[in-house]
Design a protein around this ligand. Structure first.
Ligand SMILES: [Zn+2]
Length: 264
């Protein structure tokens, strides 16, 4: 079965943990731009991290059998807000790199004016570059998650971004229906604070009409032990009797189409 991990911060994990994903059958992965930066307030720090992903992580992870594709974005936590514009100006240059196939993760966490401004700016940049978006939202147990999910969809619609080119990531059960009905792609996040592999499998099984608009990722990088998240979800779908061709729509074909990947 062909597996693509559609959201994994491989720049934050290493060695045998990445190998474990490869042993489980993950062949390709999307590494979103670093966010929640700790103590890195200068734009140069962000550019270093972008370079690290594109120059080093791509090759290091390929040496273990996983093809890496990347997202570029300016994080709303980390870089000092008055320096965001310096970062935004630099983005288009990085978006031209071969392995950069989306803008993300952008998004809202508490939906204050600052976050919304940064989100709108980056939607415009993605539009100019003709690239899809990965959109971050609050985790399912954060009290603001329902309202902020509505805000995210509203901003995307206000900006007239093509919704079928947007991944609404960090899905939990409490916002699932909203996301499936939004016209965006639903990113099922199989992670300690979002969905279990069995829950993700059940969502794919119970929503055949939406199956072209669902992708799955491990969200690994900020904790947890989700190296086999995508593998387990595929296993659960197979065990429940779903044909491999249907499983691969979600684990391979959808992300390949959405991000326009060259991988065969
Ligand atoms: Zn992330």
């Amino acid at each position: 079965m062909r597996l693509f991990d559609s959201h994994v911060h491989l720049d934050l994990i290493g060695g045998e943990d990445i190998l474990r994903m490869a042993w489980g059958g993950v062949e390709a992965a999307m590494v979103p731009s670093p966010h929640l930066l700790k103590g890195l307030f200068e734009p140069e720090s962000l550019f270093e991290l972008w370079d690290k992903t594109l120059d080093y992580i791509v090759k290091y992870v390929a040496s273990m059998g996983i093809e890496v594709y990347a997202g570029i974005a300016v994080p709303f936590y980390g870089i000092a807000a008055e320096k965001w514009e310096v970062c935004l100006k630099k983005m288009p240059e990085y978006l031209k790199e071969d392995r950069v196939v989306c803008v993300g993760e952008i998004g809202l966490d508490v939906a204050n004016d600052h976050e919304k401004w940064l989100m709108r700016e980056q939607i415009a940049i993605a539009k100019d570059a003709g690239l899809p978006l990965i959109v971050h939202g609050p985790t399912p147990r954060e009290p603001q998650v329902v309202d902020v999910t509505d805000e995210i969809i509203k901003v995307l619609k206000d900006e007239k971004f093509p919704l079928d080119k947007v991944v609404l990531d960090h899905t939990g059960k409490n916002t699932l229906q909203k996301r499936l009905r939004s016209g965006c792609v639903t990113g099922l996040s199989i992670c300690y604070d979002k969905l279990t592999a069995e829950e993700a499998a059940e969502i794919v099984e119970q929503n055949p009409a939406e199956r072209n608009n669902i992708i799955i990722g491990s969200e690994l990088g900020y904790g947890g032990a989700g190296h086999l998240s995508v593998v387990k979800a595929a296993w659960a779908m197979k065990h429940d009797g779903m044909p491999v061709s249907e499983i691969e729509r979600v684990t391979w074909e959808n992300p390949r189409r959405l991000f326009g990947l060259a991988v065969a």
